[in-house]
Design a protein around this ligand. Structure first.
Ligand code: NOJ
Length: 761
C-alpha cells in the first residue's frame, strides 16, 4: 500500500473513531459502536460469500448485466415480465401493487437461475398511514420516535411486497428554498447522524433494505434550486455532509444512492473518488450503490458524456453498480466488456455486491406462498399510535405571548379559520396509501370540537375555497367568526402539492391569500394562534408580529390533526425543537446556527458584517421551541477543567421546571473551539436529551465529551484534534443558557499549558 493511501486510510479510521462516540448515543456518551461489517453475523456472512461466488460462476455475462439493470414498472408490463424470465432485470422500482410484485417474483423464479428481485419505492413517511415527514421526526429530537415511524412505514411497504426503500435521505441542508429539506433531518450533522441511524434501524426492522441517499453533498444546491451543482471543500464535505452517511452505514444500510449533483464540477454519478475511493474503499461499504433516477443518462446533460453508452461506462467505472431507469447498463455494459473497456472482474464485483444484498435480505429463501399471501395485514392501530406519538412531539411552539396557548376553558368562543382545518385531502406523502385503502382521518375541526368544554363554542369558517388558501371562498365570514370569538386559531399551510423533490422556492412567506387573511384577522384585534403546516422553514417575520402564538405543525399526517387538537387544548404540552433555522427573510439564506466567526463581527457600524436592511439573527434559531411551562438551567459543572486529546470530560447540568405544568425540554449541548488552526463554528451541537419534568422538579443531566469527537478535517482530509481552549454551552436552544470553559491539552503533557496548533496565543 502506498504511503498516501496509508495516510488517507488512517485519516478515515480516525474520522470513524471520532464520530463513533457521537453516534453511539445521542447524549454524547463515548461507548464505541461496532464497525459496519461486524454488525453482521460472520458465519452467515461467510455462507453468503460462498453462495454468491458459486452463483456468479454459473452466470452468463448477460445474466450478470441483468442483475444491474433496474427499470421502472412500464405499461404494458408483459415485455418486462419476459425480460425478467430471461434474467435481464434484477430489480424494479415504482411497483407497489402486490399483483405485479407476485407476477414479477414468479417470473424471476422461472428464469434460468431463479435469482429473486428487489422491489423498490420511496417508502419514506407514508404508505397507508401518513406520518409527519422526516424533518418533523427530527423536530421531536427523539431518534427512537424516528425509528418507530420508519419501522411502521417499512412494515406497511413490506406487507405489499416491497423489499427495498429509497430512504433515509440524510442530506444536511441550510437552505429552506430547497424543497427536499422536508425529507431530511435539517441543518446539523450531529442531529442528522442520530436520525440517520435511527431511520435505518427502523426501516430494516420493518423488513426493508435501505438506501441511504443522496451520496453526497446534494443538500447544498446553488441558489437552493433542485439539481444544481454544489461547491464543497474537503473539510466541509467530511465534517458537514458525510457524517450522517457514516452513521447510516454503521447502522447497516445495505445500499447507497448516488446524488444527482456535481461536486466542484464533477457529477457524483461519474465520481470515482467519491463512490469507489471514499465510499467503498475508505468507508468499507460492501453493499451496492445505485444511481439516482435516470442519473446515468443525465451525464449527457451534464456535458461529460457524448451519449448514453459513454455515460454508462463512465458511471460504471466510477463505481455505480446499479442503473436506475436510464437503461444504459443493459445497452452498454456487455459490449464494453467485449471490446475491453470494462473487465469481467469489474462486472463480477458489481454483481457480487447486488447478490450479497439479496442474500442478506433473505430473498433467496422466499417461497411462492409468501407472495401469494400479499398483501399481508398490518395492525393499523399500532401504526396510528406511532403516527400520533411522532406528531405530538414534533410540533414546535415558536412563540406564545400572553400564554395564548393552550386554549383553556376560560375562553368561551374560539374561531377556527382555514379550509385546511376541515380536510385532510392535502396530506403530503410520496406514495399516498399505495396498495392500501385510504385511511380515515380526523380533521382539526372535528378534533377540536370533541374537546370543547361545556359552554364553549367553536366558530368555524373556511375562508378559502381550497385547503391551501389560494382562492377566497368567504373572507367576510371568516372576519365575522373572528369578531364573534375570544381567540382566533388560523390554520395556514405552506402550499399544496409540495412533496420535496423539484419544489424549490424563492419566496417563503405564506402563500396564496393566507397573509392577506391574516392581516384582516389581525385587524380585528383578537388574539391569534397561527398553526403552520409546512415541510420547511418559512419566512414568518410578519406573522410573528401579528400572532400571539405560532405553532409549527409540519405536515402532521393521518393522526396529526388529532395530535394538534391535543396540543392546542393543552392535553399535551408541545415539546418539539427546530431542526432548522427559520430566517427573517429569504435574503439571509443560507443561514444556520453553526456559522463561522468573522473578522468583523457586527457592531452596528458600516464595516462590520451585516445587512443594511435586515438583522443578522434568525427569526427562530436552530433548537428553539417553547413548552407550556418554563425551564431554568443551573451553572455547568465539569468533571475536570481539562482533558488530553485522548481523554474525556463529563459535563453536568441541573435543569428545573420553573413553571406550573409538566413539560418536556430538549437539553442541548454545544461546544466551540476558541483557537484553532482554521476558523471553527461559533457553536456545534455535541449532545442532546429530551426530559420530562413536573412543576418544581429538577434533574441533573450528564453528557460525556470525548476529545476525539471534537476534532475536524483539514484540507488534506486529515482528522485533527487540537490542544486548545474550548467553550461548552448548555440550554434549550442553540441560543444557549449557560456556558463555561475547558481545555484540551496535548496527550503527552496532560495539564501542561495549552498551545493551539494554529497561530495561537
Ligand atoms: C429521484 C429522487 O432524487 C430520489 O430520492 C428517489 O428515490 C428517486 N427519484 C426514485 O423515486
Amino acid at each position: 500500500m502506498n504511503p498516501g493511501r496509508m495516510r488517507s486510510l488512517l485519516a478515515f479510521t480516525l474520522f470513524l473513531l471520532a464520530f463513533t462516540p457521537a453516534l453511539a448515543n445521542p447524549v454524547g456518551s463515548d461507548k464505541p459502536r461496532p464497525p459496519v461489517a461486524a454488525a453482521r453475523d460472520p458465519n452467515n456472512e461467510r455462507d453468503i460469500e460462498r453462495a454468491v461466488a458459486a452463483l456468479l460462476k454459473r452466470m452468463t455475462l448477460e445474466e450478470k448485466v441483468g442483475q444491474l439493470h433496474f427499470p421502472s414498472l412500464a405499461f404494458p408490463h408483459q415485455p418486462q415480465l419476459e425480460a425478467v424470465r430471461r434474467g435481464e432485470i434484477g430489480a424494479m422500482l415504482n411497483v407497489v401493487d402486490p399483483r405485479f410484485i407476485r407476477a414479477f417474483s414468479n417470473a424471476a423464479r422461472q428464469s434460468r437461475l431463479g435469482i429473486p428481485m428487489l422491489f423498490a419505492i420511496d417508502a419514506i413517511y407514508a404508505l397507508k398511514i401518513t406520518f409527519p415527514p422526516p424533518l418533523a421526526w427530527a423536530a421531536t429530537w427523539r431518534p427512537e420516535l424516528a425509528e418507530r415511524a420508519a419501522f411502521e412505514v417499512g412494515r406497511e411497504a413490506r406487507a405489499v411486497g416491497v423489499n427495498w426503500t429509497f430512504a433515509p435521505m440524510v442530506d444536511v441542508s441550510r437552505d429552506p428554498r430547497w424543497g427536499r429539506v422536508i425529507e431530511g433531518a435539517g441543518e446539523d450533522a450531529f442531529l442528522a447522524s442520530a436520525f440517520a441511524a435511527a431511520r435505518v434501524n427502523g426501516y430494516r426492522r420493518g423488513g426493508l433494505a435501505t438506501s441511504v441517499k443522496h451520496f453526497v453533498g446534494y443538500g447544498a444546491p446553488e441558489g437552493g434550486r433542485d439539481y444544481t451543482g454544489t461547491e464543497i471543500s474537503t473539510p466541509e464535505l467530511l465534517d458537514r455532509y458525510l457524517p450522517p452517511f457514516v452513521a447510516a452505514l454503521q447502522a447497516g444500510s445495505e445500499t447507497v444512492m448516488a446524488s444527482f449533483n456535481t461536486i466542484n464540477g464533477v457529477p457524483v454519478t461519474m465520481n470515482r473518488k467519491l463512490i469507489t475511493d471514499l465510499l467503498k474503499k475508505q468507508l468499507g461499504f460492501d453493499g451496492f450503490v445505485t444511481s439516482d433516477f435516470v442519473a446515468i443518462g443525465e451525464l449527457v446533460n451534464h456535458g461529460v458524456a457524448r451519449d448514453l453508452e459513454e455515460a454508462s461506462v463512465l458511471a460504471f467505472r466510477a463505481g455505480i453498480d446499479f442503473d436506475m431507469a436510464s437503461g444504459g447498463y443493459d445497452l452498454a455494459l456487455a459490449k464494453a466488456v467485449r471490446d475491453g473497456r470494462i473487465k469481467t472482474s469489474e462486472i463480477d464485483e458489481a454483481v457480487r455486491r447486488v447478490l450479497r444484498v439479496k442474500y442478506r435480505l433473505g430473498l433467496f429463501d422466499a417461497t411462492p406462498a409468501d407472495f401469494a399471501a400479499l398483501p399481508r395485514p398490518v395492525d393499523e392501530t399500532s401504526v396510528r399510535r406511532s403516527a400520533r406519538d411522532v406528531a405530538r412531539e414534533s410540533f414546535v411552539l415558536v412563540k406564545n405571548d400572553k400564554s395564548a396557548l393552550p386554549l383553556t376553558a376560560a375562553t368561551p368562543a374560539i374561531a377556527l379559520i382555514g379550509a385546511a382545518a376541515d380536510t385532510a385531502a392535502h396530506d403530503h406523502s410520496w406514495w399516498g396509501p399505495a396498495g392500501h385503502a385510504k385511511p380515515v382521518t380526523e380533521t382539526l375541526r372535528q378534533a377540536i370540537e370533541k374537546r370543547l368544554r361545556p359552554g364553549q363554542t367553536l366558530n368555524y369558517a373556511p375562508a378559502f375555497a381550497d385547503a391551501c388558501g389560494r382562492k377566497y371562498l368567504d373572507k367576510g365570514a371568516a372576519i365575522a367568526a373572528a369578531i364573534r370569538s375570544d381567540i382566533v386559531v388560523f390554520n395556514v399551510i405552506e402550499d399544496c402539492d409540495v412533496q420535496g423533490e423539484g419544489v424549490s422556492r424563492t419566496k417563503l412567506e405564506l402563500s396564496g391569500r393566507q397573509q392577506d387573511m391574516l392581516d384582516a384577522l389581525a385587524a380585528t384585534g383578537r388574539p391569534i394562534v397561527l398553526v403552520v403546516e409546512t415541510g420547511r422553514p418559512l419566512v414568518l417575520a410578519k406573522p410573528d408580529r401579528q400572532a400571539d402564538a405560532i405553532l409549527i405543525a409540519w405536515h402532521p399526517g393521518t393522526e396529526g390533526r388529532t395530535a394538534l387538537a391535543e396540543v392546542l387544548t393543552g392535553e399535551v404540552a408541545p415539546s418539539g425543537k427546530l431542526p432548522m433555522t427559520f430566517p427573517r427573510s429569504e435574503g439571509q439564506i443560507p443561514i444556520a446556527y453553526n456559522t463561522l466567526p468573522t473578522g468583523r463581527p457586527w457592531t452596528g457600524s458600516r464595516y462590520t458584517t451585516g445587512y443594511i436592511d435586515e438583522a443578522n439573527t434568525p427569526l427562530y434559531p436552530f433548537g428553539h421551541g417553547l413548552s407550556y411551562t418554563t425551564f431554568a438551567y443551573d451553572p455547568i459543572i465539569l468533571s475536570q477543567p481539562a482533558m488530553s486529546t485522548t481523554g474525556s470530560i463529563d459535563v453536568e447540568v441541573m435543569v428545573r421546571n420553573t413553571g406550573s405544568r409538566t413539560g418536556s425540554e430538549v437539553v442541548q449541548l454545544y461546544t466551540r473551539q476558541l483557537v484553532a488552526s482554521r476558523s471553527r463554528p461559533i457553536k456545534e451541537l455535541r449532545g442532546f436529551e429530551k426530559i420530562t419534568l413536573k412543576p418544581g422538579e429538577k434533574r441533573s443531566l450528564r453528557f460525556r465529551l470525548a476529545a476525539q469527537s471534537l476534532g475536524f478535517h483539514d484540507d488534506a482530509g486529515r482528522y485533527v484534534v487540537e490542544a486548545a481552549p474550548f467553550k461548552v454551552f448548555v440550554g434549550g436552544s442553540s441560543d444557549t443558557a449557560v456556558t463555561t470553559d475547558f481545555l484540551i491539552t496535548p496527550a503527552s503533557a496532560r495539564g501542561a499549558p495549552v498551545r493551539s496548533s494554529g497561530s495561537g496565543p
